[in-house]
Design a protein. Sequence first.
Length: 365
Amino acid sequence: MKKSNPLLLCGLLFAILLNGCSASSPQNTTTSSASEAKSSEAQESKGKGESSQAAETTAAADPSEIVTKAEKEADALVYKNDSGKTVVKHAYGETVMPENPQRIVSIKVEDLMLALDVPMVACRDFDDFYLHQQLAALNIGKITVDEEANTINYEEIMSYKPDLIVIRDSFDKSIYEELSKIAPTFALHLQDSRSSLLVLGRALGRGEDASKRLQQFQDTVMDARQRLSSVDGTVSMLRVMKKEIRLYPYSKNDMSAFLYADLGLKPDPMVVAYDTADNLAISLETLPDLKTDYIFLVAGYGSLGSEDDAAAKKRYEEMTADPLWKTIPAVQNGHVYDVEARLWVAHGLLAEEMKIADVLKALQK
């Protein structure tokens, strides 16, 4: 047998390796070119794609998950103590509920009280309040609240001889402590209307009624979401205040979040970007960056006679007269909807239902 030539074998091996490298080169070049093309395409379509990406970011919340979350939150806040008494946990501490209260005073939680049809002997009310007509029809006594100082008239409250006081958790703790000297007092967090409704119901022994009312609200949301499903374009909420104009984010503020989480509307990319902003203020110079198709515009604070409200209205007039305002697509197409500040800055189940009615009136085809 002949011996193999080592040089010949090395030559053949080199040729095979060289051929393999040559064969793979076009494939690598094609892959690289495809990647570059995709990258270039992505850059070119970035402006157009931001809106659709924003929409995908804000998929409407699942109704069953929302109710389950509210129930869990309520479970954590209302419990029975060793004596079988109902106890409510809240921002200021814990309150043991009195048995079957009959003379309830409500301060800044009238929305949920009315939603659950809870009788009140007195409450906070004023002529420009979005619930004024309903409260006046029930002949409920009025409690004076200094909106600027956020203080309460204790003597008025004592005159109604309450056996329970329910307040919003936006007051200073010292006010809660003073009210607790008059009658057992607990607070509700209105920014989360769903769980607060359930807390109120369970605290008053009306848990089943509260659950039914919450389901009714969810049905309203689902019906509105369906009716708005054909809306084509992005939606934004702007608020003109005394010293600034605010663009509200899509999920970090409950005043605007319902537009996206509940109703499934699409936010403008700028709205999505503001979700991580520390300051919601927007300057006139940045208005052209807002490419939104629809705007819900709130001017003021909800107190029609206040100096701050008048100043906000003046800023509103200046903004809407500015040429930069007219660069926004929603403005150009007549899709700006002025809504009442006294309602749109409010928190509560009834407020949400009224806002949904405003949105349907504006956007439903």
